[in-house]
Design a protein around this ligand. Structure first.
Ligand code: FE2
Length: 371
């Protein structure tokens, strides 16, 4: 293999998460929710006061996590239509790249649909180069080059520090993976997309035998970069006795979109205690899940009783184990939610927990009358 075609030298071989942008109906109020419930701090703002006429955006940060919440100020534009169709949801999973133009050119050569060409924006703190391509549904990926920028985020935003008192800090660290739900039979198409456009390879896949209960089923494959920093699992619904939770998502989101963002912590017990104290609601897990926990996953450092009290799930692979828990949806539509994850060596996505988890999701679906 020549140096040119080696995956290590692909313009998207050295990447990382940059930020995730949500389009919301009321970014000001959403910002308050993410700060008070999840311990984010508001770092910067862009809007009419900073010379941006058509929208308001709030940059929230916590350790290596960055979320941007954006609302339109106009009656009918791309943001307004996005919110009307999808409800609050993830618009942009922005990726930090070394060289925006090289990344963009490689993506387009791989067949990506262009949303916006590379463009430089600058202010007194330097310059950021940004380009955007389309992915599943109305979701996009921006490529962000910020090596020549010293400011707090990017031109257009002004620093506006705001942190709330009386919020218990959950110490959320960074994004672990970001999951997309796509339509029937579209998982392979989007897996191929990440191979062609990003030069990603497949980390793992699950079929409906792994991930099904009596009623619901899905298939999933995980695409990742050479260094496993950015991981994109892609789910499609599979045929079950009743409606798959992926199908429910597609119905309410009106198409493909981001299902969940998994956020890493180094101490999931402290994190979940803090989040619960702040009022975050999590999916419940059947009590029986804990009865034979160590028999299923082997010896773990954490006391089973504490995991049982907090409803934290455990899964193991050949490298170690991981702990995870899922929030309820973050908005009225049963669409986007968070996963909180602590990895102790394992690269797993919780395959062993799918069944236990789905039983719990189905109970929620039943309550909404959509099972
Ligand atoms: Fe996940």
């Amino acid at each position: 293999m020549s140096a040119l075609t080696s995956p290590k030298t692909h313009p998207l071989a050295k990447i990382d998460w940059d930020y995730v942008e949500f389009y919301t109906g009321n970014a000001k109020q959403s910002a308050h929710y993410y700060c008070s419930a999840f311990g984010f701090e508001q770092i910067a703002y862009a809007g009419p006061e900073t010379g941006v006429r058509d929208r308001a955006s709030y940059l929230l940060a916590q350790n290596n996590l960055r979320f941007v919440l954006t609302s339109s100020l106009l009656p009918d534009d791309e943001i307004t239509r996005h919110v009307a169709l999808h409800g609050d949801g993830v618009k942009d999973i922005a990726i930090l790249v070394e060289d925006c133009r090289a990344a963009f050119d490689a993506a387009v050569a791989g067949g990506a649909r262009v949303v916006s060409e590379p463009a430089e924006v600058s202010d007194q703190d330097g310059r950021v180069v940004k380009a955007t391509i389309a992915t599943y549904g109305d979701t996009v990926h921006s490529f962000i080059e910020r090596k020549n920028y010293r400011g707090v985020f990017m031109p257009g935003f002004v620093a506006q520090a705001k942190s709330l008192r009386h919020v218990t800090n959950p110490e959320l660290l960074a994004i672990d993976h970001c999951v997309g739900n796509v339509g029937w039979g579209e998982m392979d198409t989007w897996g191929d997309f990440y191979a062609r456009v990003f030069g990603f390879s497949q980390l793992v896949s699950f079929d409906d035998k792994d991930i099904s209960t009596q009623y619901t089923a899905l298939r999933s494959k995980v695409m990742t970069d050479a260094e496993h920093r950015v991981k994109f699992p892609i789910n499609e619904p599979a045929q079950g006795k009743k409606k798959s939770q992926i199908e429910e998502y597609l119905d309410f989101y009106r198409g493909a979109g981001v299902q969940h963002i998994a956020i890493r912590t180094d101490d999931i017990i402290a994190t979940i205690r803090a989040l619960k104290e702040n009022g975050v609601e999590f999916l419940d897990t059947p009590d029986t899940y804990y009865d034979d926990l160590e028999a299923r996953v082997g010896r773990i450092d954490e006391a089973t009783q504490i995991l049982r009290d907090l409803r934290i799930l455990v899964d193991r692979d050949d490298r170690g184990y991981m702990l995870q828990i899922f929030t309820k949806p973050l908005q009225d539509r049963p669409t986007v939610f968070f996963e909180i994850i602590q990895r102790k060596g394992s690269l797993s996505f919780g395959k062993g927990n799918f069944k236990a988890l789905f039983v719990s999701i189905e109970k929620e679906q039943e309550r909404r009358g959509t099972l």
